[in-house]
Every structure is written in C-alpha cells, then in structure tokens.
Design a protein around this ligand. Structure first.
Ligand code: ATP
Ligand code: MG
Length: 391
C-alpha cells in the first residue's frame, strides 16, 4: 500500500559550507523532538530534503505537518504520496492522491523534477504523460501552464517517486540551538514575545527572564507570560523561565529617586539583573522588545541610558519596526490574543506623571545613587525562581 510522507525543503544558504552537518543535525534533532507527540515517525535527510515518514497508522499526519511548519530551518513543506518509479503507477497515484484538489479545479499543469537521472523519461516527457493521463481521469480539466488552479508535482527521487501539490512556506530561519544562547526579557506585552521569536528564528536558544512585583502585579500576569512563552516554544523548543521579583527595589526607587527618572532607573536595574542571570545561565546576549520612539523609555536617549547599564550585547530586533508590523507578526506566531489580555506589568506600576524623554546618563546615575541598588539586586536575585515552559 502506497504511503504518505512529509517532504521538507531546507534553505540553500544555510546548507553551504562546513556548517552543513551541524545545521542538519540540529534540524533533525528539533524535528524528532517536536514530532514525538504526533506519533512514531522516522526523520532523515537526503540532498537538502528531509523526509518525515509515519511508522504506523496511528501517526497523526495533520499534527505532524503543523509541527514541522513551526521548526526553524525549514523553508517549505508539503505532504506527498509515494509511488513506485514506474509511469503507470505514478499516473494512477497522482490521480488518486490529488483527487480532491483536481475535482475542485478547472485548470492544472504538471511539473516534474527528476533527481534520479536513471529514470527513463526526461522531465518534460514525464510531465506530458502524467498530464495526458490526468486529462483522461478528470475530463472536466484543461491545461493552463501560466495560472493553473492546481500544480501537480512529480518528483523522481532515489527510493521512489512522489506526487504532491504546491509546497507551503515553512518557518524559515536557522535551526534552533545553532546560534548560541541568549536571555530574553519577557513581559506580558506584544513586543517581547515577537522579539524572542525573531531571535529564535536565527537559531538562538532562549532563556526567558521575567520581572514581577507582587502584590502590585498578579499571579494572572505571571500566568500570561507562561502562556505567551508556550506559544513561542512551539517554534523555539522548550524555554527555561526565570522569574525575579523587583517589589522592594521598585518601592525604593519610588520613594527615594527623582520621579521623572524612575522608569529609566528601573529599566537599568532590569538590565543589570538580567545580565547577572544571563551570565549564570551561560547566555552571551540579552534580548528586549524595545522599538524606537514607542514610549518615553524607548527614545534614543533613554535607550542609551538603559544600555549603559549592561556590558553584554543587548539585541533589540524590533528597534526599527512599527506597531502594525509587530502586531502582524504576533498574529502570525499566535501570541497576539494573549498579549492583548489586560494584566498589569511591573513597568506600568508607579509610572511617573512626566517621564523624561531625553534623560542624561549623568543625572540618572546621580539619581539612582540614592538607593543601595547592589544590595537590592542581590536580594532580588537570590530569591529567583525557575520553571520550564514547553509546547
Ligand atoms: P512589551 O510589549 O514587550 O511589554 P512595551 O512596549 O510594553 O514592550 P516596555 O514595557 O517599556 O515596552 O518594555 C520594553 C522591554 O523591556 C520589553 O519589550 C521587555 O523586553 C522588557 N520588559 C518590560 N517589562 C518586563 C518585565 N516585567 N519582565 C521582563 N522584561 C520586561
Ligand atoms: Mg510592556
């Protein structure tokens, strides 16, 4: 009985040079891990294509396809029907496998790829033969090579032939874990989950750091962060979440520091705390969801003051993005609905009435000297908690 498989195409650029093996191994590892809960599959690669093959009838192909579409490093994917490498078998399988699509279509064309050059028919001849057979099987169809409703792909590969419709786009990017490890400062907002996703797309393994300030921030606000990270983990793999409580520090800033600089001071302490956690977790960079000019604390001058608090590189993948673009991405990755739930964040409590939009580092440093920042940071970091978030 002919089988169905999922074919995944890998990015050419990624696969060039010495890194090829590392990338491929990382990709296969992510795929295998992500497919576990969809049933038993074998996953292997040959010539820039990964084959995902169900081992038995219990394997959930819909779920497997969904999972594969979220693995970074996959440029496109398609489900395909296997056929013997013999013309009549291919024609019959194409007609059967794409029955629904062909019945619904008015026009079609056939495209062939022959990577096994031993197959006796060249691609154009094979396309003609399969096309003629499909016209016989579906007499209502006509051929349209320019804008067909359905394209029937026939691929002649090493072990067998495959028939499929157009491939769908995959998640793109670079396989997880090939880009080192970085810590993302995650809030419950729209931006930071998207920033996390963008860096994971470039192969970065994520550790997440969340700052809470109970009782000013609630358990639900924390739960929202966990749910957001779960969505991100569908792409990025499981994520370690470290929560640090800044209540005491924030109260001290509110009571002792210049009010108009309160936000920048808090953000500097957040970066300092994040860097210490990141170092302990062997991360080489920090990630935030900041976007230039979005709020008072994200002007160029405010970001410069914040940035001066860290020595680690701070990546801000959304720095040049508009809100509309960020919203669009968050919808695509499935974080939007959660992000818009109305829960407080530690950045939105005790906010100054008139925050300085162009703070100067000298005055910020003077103002923050009013509290024993080091002791407060230590206290907060000692009590940090850790949990794992997985899809
Ligand atoms: P977001 O949508 O990500 O919350 P925002 O536009 O609300 O961003 P801010 O609240 O100023 O902007 O936060 C800027 C960045 O600082 C966030 O993108 C995030 O990386 C980090 N951040 C803010 N609040 C927290 C928090 N409670 N814990 C960890 N990081 C935070
Ligand atoms: Mg926020």
């Amino acid at each position: 009985m002919a089988k169905e498989v999922i074919l995944l195409k890998l990015g050419e650029v990624v696969l060039k040079g010495l890194n090829r093996r590392t990338f491929e191994d990382a990709l296969l590892k992510s795929l295998r891990r992500r497919l576990k809960s969809a049933g038993e599959f074998t996953v292997n690669s040959l010539q820039s294509t990964v084959y995902v093959r169900p081992e038995n009838d219990d394997a959930d192909m819909d779920l497997a396809e969904e999972r594969c579409a979220r693995v970074f490093g996959v440029v496109s994917l398609t489900r395909a029907g296997e056929a013997e490498k013999e013309l009549s078998a291919i024609c019959q399988r194409a007609g059967e496998y794409l029955q629904d699509a062909l019945e619904a279509a008015q026009t079609f064309k056939v495209e062939c790829k022959r990577s096994d050059k031993r197959f006796p028919l060249k691609s154009p001849e094979l396309a003609m033969e399969v096309g003629a057979s499909l016209l016989e099987q579906y007499p209502h169809l006509t051929v349209d090579v320019h804008q067909p409703d359905v394209t029937v792909w026939v691929e002649i590969r090493e072990a067998c032939a495959y028939v499929h419709a157009d491939a769908k786009p995959g998640a793109g990017g670079i396989p997880g874990g090939t880009g080192g490890r970085a810590a993302v400062l995650i809030s419950g907002g729209l931006d930071s989950p998207v920033a996390a996703w963008m860096m994971a797309k470039r192969g970065v393994e994520l550790v997440a750091i969340h700052f809470a300030s109970p009782p000013y921030t609630s358990e639900q606000a924390h739960d929202k962060v966990v749910r957001l990270l779960r969505r991100v983990s569908e792409y990025a793999g499981r994520i370690k979440l470290i929560t640090v409580e800044l209540t005491h520090l924030q109260e001290q800033i509110r009571d002792c520091c210049r009010e108009d600089l309160g936000t920048v001071i808090l953000r500097r302490f957040m970066l300092k705390a994040a860097q210490r956690v990141a170092e302990a977790e062997d991360c080489k960079a920090l990630i935030t969801g900041e976007s230039l000019g979005q709020v008072a604390s994200q002007t160029l001058q405010a970001i410069a003051c914040t940035d001066a608090a860290a020595t680690m590189p701070v990546f801000r993948p959304l720095i040049g993005a508009d809100k509309v673009e960020i919203v669009e991405l968050s919808r695509k990755i499935g974080t939007y609905d959660i992000s818009i739930e109305p829960f407080e964040d530690c950045c939105t409590i005790f906010t100054p009435k008139h925050p300085r939009t162009r703070p100067m580092l000298k005055f910020v440093e003077e103002a923050e000297a009013a509290i024993d920042g080091e002791a407060l940071l230590q206290e907060a970091l000692e009590k940090r908690t850790t949990q794992w978030v997985q899809p």
